[in-house]
Design a protein around this ligand. Structure first.
Ligand SMILES: [Zn+2]
Length: 220
């Protein structure tokens, strides 16, 4: 499990990013069955979660103020982004691949959480690195046009982390931490891949990342 110091600095929030060894982060085990029932589709819909096991249909962002209900996303190269209000009153999990980034799911998620102007904390989890992430010349061109040169650090290579950070900052989020390294090329001491990677050929069940607000004693 990979964690963020920024999110850990909020006592009323539990969170974790999955790895190949623990697809579901152990921190999410309490209440894991209460997570929303969803289908990720590389869109920009950010769904409000008001109850345990809520059926939300197609969505790639999820936010809640309900203690004990985890919001989470599944990724294997795309950006798993976890957001929280500093006061722990609301949390969100966002799945942002190139399409979601291009179409603006991050500003949509920040708008959903930041409506009251509360300061937000953001943790960008394990994501494919720019060196590993080669795309078509057309797509790279479109990203350079929309996000500038930092989004395309080398010919036909996209930097999803940089694009996510740029969008967070543009939306007014200043407390941002990057954790976990590259899903495609990071190896452990024994040489085994640390993460599942779609680009590297992993298929099937992938990694979960999420967070929840801890219930007060006796609330569950
Ligand atoms: Zn890499």
């Amino acid at each position: 499990m990979v964690t963020s110091q920024l999110l850990d600095s909020i006592p009323a929030i539990r969170h974790g990013f999955g790895t190949a060894q623990a697809l579901v982060p152990p921190a999410l085990a309490p209440g894991w069955q209460a997570r929303p029932v969803k289908r990720q589709v590389h869109g920009t819909r950010v769904a409000a979660i008001a109850a345990a096991q809520q059926e939300v249909g197609d969505a790639d962002g999820f936010y809640t103020s309900v203690p004990g209900v985890p919001v989470s996303v599944i990724t294997a190269d795309c950006v798993p982004l976890l957001l929280a209000r500093r006061d722990a009153s609301q949390v969100a999990a966002v799945h942002a691949g190139w399409r979601g980034l291009y179409d603006g799911i991050i500003p949509a998620a920040v708008a959903a959480l930041g409506a009251a102007g509360a300061p937000l904390v953001a943790a960008v989890g394990p994501t494919i690195c720019a060196a590993c992430y080669e795309v078509s010349a057309e797509l790279a061109h479109d990203f350079a046009q929309r996000f500038g040169a930092a989004a395309v650090p080398a010919y036909r290579h996209l930097d999803l982390r940089a694009i996510a950070e740029q969008q967070l900052r543009a939306a007014g989020v200043t407390q941002i931490e990057h954790v976990g390294g590259c899903t495609c090329c990071l190896r452990d001491a024994g040489g085994a891949p640390v993460y599942r990677s779609y680009r590297r050929g992993d298929r099937g069940s992938q990694m979960h990342s999420g967070l929840y607000i801890t219930p007060l004693k006796g609330e569950l």
